[in-house]
Design a protein around this ligand. Structure first.
Ligand code: HEM
Length: 487
């Protein structure tokens, strides 16, 4: 999925592609077969404590569509592109977001990720223009500037050969980018508070912990989560109050939301504004940070691919800061990001609930079933990927995806609920990768354990501890230090 071409075919790029307000769910009853799956009711402990291994095990044993009865929940695991396409795209009207999004709504309220129906559609139409190609291109400079500032702060570590965790660095960077691009604000001061509270919230939802999550009980975990949610909301309400006081048009997302009026001339309430802004801050930075962190890890383990990346960035940029116009020439850089998101999809599963009976891949889906659409499984499905566990960015070379079904790779979801920020994320990841890779190789510290932890996003459980190795340009002189000394 290159920034320059493919995301066009995956994205919603005109408002006419969004469903109409009158759309109603298509409810059919099916006489198809019952999906295979383990007998009886399962406790849910394996799904809670080691979800990736559990999903791998049941799909190996029962196939690409597996029925699971876990506690009082009817769950159906979907691990085939045809099933994913059916649910997200072809018959999307029969599906709503699943129960876990209702829990997520305790943090995000009725923002774009968690809302449904007319509210979602109206808000999506309103916010979509901030993510159009031209607008995202304007954010390119912010992305490059923030990355260069981060590299400045890394200089001491590089000189001392100090080891540090790259995940929080990527989080701070992407938070800063999202703050400046969408809110014209530097969120550096709030970064630590946001990061701390995000981790608490993420852990509460993650690992299917929601199966045991009785939010009304005053357990220590629930209380910690409630406080974290309150803190995050307070930070955002503070930002909104400040902007209302200023009354200035910054031409950014927040100004646009503050100016928006419905048919009756009513503006958005502070609560709705809070939910949208919090959603975009949270959905818009941790995902990209996770994708970048796994990319650094994979590059450090695959020197051949890393060398190809270095060759490309050196040839195309020759030591200068990348700009939006360079991105179509940074093809291998984009392929590296796609391949990293294939192996470690930041969103490892998407949940949906069937509104009515349906048939998916010849199997009966009863009304009320929770479907788990898993990127983790589909992205490594041996029928669609040769040597699925190997890091081979070349699979994403131009024309490569014509051999694969569209939903063999769906890091950003699909259909009307496709990630609104997919172009933003790919642009940012390409700029960050090209900027950092010109200057340093990131080496993972020997013996540091690296393992995925499936929370809301697929974080590295112990972080990714690295040291920096300054690079010289391939086939050229030393790296152009003057560019860095300017910043
Ligand atoms: C690598 C980075 C990213 C990944 C992997 C990712 C992934 C996803 C996925 C899978 C969904 C669909 C969820 C579903 O269907 O239930 C989604 C939705 C969404 N994403 Fe992203 N995302 C990324 C970056 C971003 C960025 C940068 C932003 C905003 C600045 C963003 C904002 C959103 C929003 C608002 C939605 C809800 C859209 C709707 O339902 O209308 N995401 N994302």
């Amino acid at each position: 999925m290159k920034v320059s071409t493919d995301s066009q075919s995956h994205g919603i790029h005109s408002l006419s592609e969004l469903p109409s307000r009158r759309a109603t769910p298509k409810i059919r009853f099916s006489a198809a077969r019952e999906a295979p799956g383990p007998r009886g009711i399962m406790s849910g402990s394996s799904l809670m404590y080691d979800p990736l291994r559990f999903l791998e095990k049941v799909s190996r044993a029962y196939g690409d569509l597996v029925r699971l009865n876990i506690m009082n929940l009817r769950i159906c695991l979907v691990a085939h592109p045809d099933g994913i396409k059916h649910v997200l795209q072809d018959n999307h009207r029969n599906y709503q977001k699943s129960f876990d999004y209702k829990i997520l709504a305790r943090l995000l309220g009725q923002g774009l990720v968690t809302s449904e129906g007319a509210l979602w559609l109206g808000q999506r139409r309103l916010i979509q223009p901030m993510f159009h190609r031209q607008k995202v291109a304007e954010f390119g400079t912010i992305m490059a500037e923030c990355t260069t500032a981060m590299l400045d702060s890394w200089r001491g570590w590089a000189e001392r050969g100090a080891a540090f965790d790259v995940m929080p660095e990527m989080m701070r960077l992407t938070l800063r980018v999202v703050g400046r691009a969408l809110l014209s604000m530097d969120l550096t001061a709030q970064a630590d508070a946001i990061g701390r509270n995000m981790t608490i919230a993420n852990e509460r939802f993650g690992s299917m912990g929601m199966l045991a999550f009785a939010p009304w009980l005053p357990t220590p975990g629930n209380l910690r989560f409630r406080i974290a949610a309150r803190n995050l909301r307070k930070i955002v309400l503070g930002i909104i109050a400040q902007r209302r006081r200023e009354g200035r048009d910054y031409g950014d997302l927040l100004s646009m939301l503050l100016e928006a009026r419905d048919e009756s001339g009513e503006g958005m309430s502070d609560e709705q504004l809070r939910d949208e802004v919090l959603t975009l801050i949270l959905a818009g930075h941790e995902t990209t940070a996770t994708a970048l962190s796994w990319t650094w890890y994979l590059l450090s383990q695959n020197p051949e691919a890393e060398h190809k990346l270095h060759r490309e960035v050196d040839e195309v940029l020759g030591g200068r800061e990348p700009s939006i116009s360079d991105l179509p020439n940074l093809k291998y850089t984009a392929m590296v990001i796609d391949e990293a998101m294939r192996l470690y999809p930041p969103v490892w599963a998407i949940g949906r609930a069937a509104v009515g009976h349906d048939e998916v891949m010849g199997y009966r889906i009863r009304k009320g079933t929770n479907l788990l659409l898993s990127q983790w499984l589909v992205h490594r499905h041996p029928s669609f990927w040769d040597e699925p566990d190997r890091f081979k960015p070349e699979r994403f070379a131009e024309g490569g995806d014509s051999k694969r079904p569209r939903y063999a790779f769906f890091p950003f979801g699909g259909g009307p609920r496709l990630c609104i920020g997919n172009l933003f994320a790919l642009t940012e990841a390409q700029i960050v990768l090209a900027t950092v890779a010109q200057k340093y190789r990131l080496r993972v510290v020997a013996g540091h354990p690296v393992e995925p932890q499936p929370l809301v996003t697929l974080r590295p459980r112990y972080g990714i501890k690295v040291t920096l190795e300054p690079r010289t340009r391939i086939g050229g002189s030393h790296f152009n230090a003057s560019w860095y000394s300017r910043h």
